[in-house]
Design a binder for this molecule. Sequence first.
Ligand SMILES: NC(=O)c1ccc[n+]([C@@H]2O[C@H](COP(=O)([O-])OP(=O)(O)OC[C@H]3O[C@@H](n4cnc5c(N)ncnc54)[C@H](O)[C@@H]3O)[C@@H](O)[C@H]2O)c1
Length: 358
Amino acid sequence: MSKLKIGVIGAGSISEMHMQSYENNDFAELYAICDMNEERAHEKAKKYNASKVYYDYESLLADKVIDAVSICTWNNSHAEIAIAALDAGKHVLVEKPLCTTVADALKIEEAVKRSGKLLQVGFVRRYASNTEIIQKFVNQNHFGEIYYAKASCLRRLGNPGGWFSDKERSGGGPLIDLGVHVIDICWYLMGKPKVKSVSGNTYSKLGNRSNVKHLSFYQAADYDPDKNTVEDLANAIIRFENGASLMVDVSFTIHGKKDELTVQLYGDKGGFELEPELSIVTEQHDIILNATPQINNLSFDVVQAFQNEIDHFIAACKREKETLSPVEDGIEMMKILCAIYESSEKGTEIQFGQSVEV
Ligand SMILES: NC(=O)c1ccc[n+]([C@@H]2O[C@H](COP(=O)([O-])OP(=O)(O)OC[C@H]3O[C@@H](n4cnc5c(N)ncnc54)[C@H](O)[C@@H]3O)[C@@H](O)[C@H]2O)c1
């Protein structure tokens, strides 16, 4: 049986996860690599034995033998490339966030509909094994009605610089970069309730703190300390039509004692933590029980999660599975993220059902 020929557009940091996962998949051939940075494109093509190298995505999309693409470019190009890829008849796996505005998200959805092709949004945490495990408990109503979720992803010193801190290319700071992950995973495990209102705050108080010495942090491939136009902290409370709520805070930098990653969900029969590691809390016979699943990895295993995401994408391209992260979910996430920015800007709660600025 012939393998699906894959093109990867954007050959920076995260593309590595896509490429190695395609390489491990028996039904995929990593066929073409594209990056506007020619050296980077060649380096990755050599490493992964890709047959073709492109420097612009239009040329890659014109290559008729390519069945599907991964889009691993800066956020501001996701919509344009995804629409062009769908219109060129390719299946698409687009990195998170789907794009940077609700208007663009809706245009992508139109392209999915008119092309009949698959689009999977790279909400990689949905494919992680700890998510898959806890989902079984959720599906069996182990926690009852999940009415509250709380997520924090606070980096004390972690503005990656480069395009991440250039609002034009990223669409925003920690909210669109980190918040998208933790908001999405809570919303997904809550059963994707309809959003009723959003109230958010963003702060740009500390800058990128490139002055800090003797403490290293992740820097983007094209790090530039001179440019920073994104917020350094965002928080929000999101209300859902079913009465549930979600509280979130995320930062690129904050005067905190250490980095924090927590994802906690609470139901009327029990609760659980997904991060920092999987744990389950219930009550039985008037006794509170804290349970630790006996599994290989209690935390987010990034390599495994990407492999699962890519395997799922390939199976979905072959119409053997439904994607777990369709375009509609990408749109809902864009509505939430954009409403948080809008709420912060206006200093007021944003009600859904009314128009949300896009
Ligand atoms: N799922 C995750 O956990 C995760 C983690 C990191 C990044 N991401 C997402 O992946 C995307 C890329 O992030 P990164 O950290 O790899 O960035 P990066 O800067 O390391 O890589 C991006 C690459 O895309 C190239 N590029 C940008 N626009 C292009 C275009 N129009 N045509 C061709 N090449 C183009 C750049 O030259 C660069 O090499 C972002 O959308 C980011 O949000 C997801």
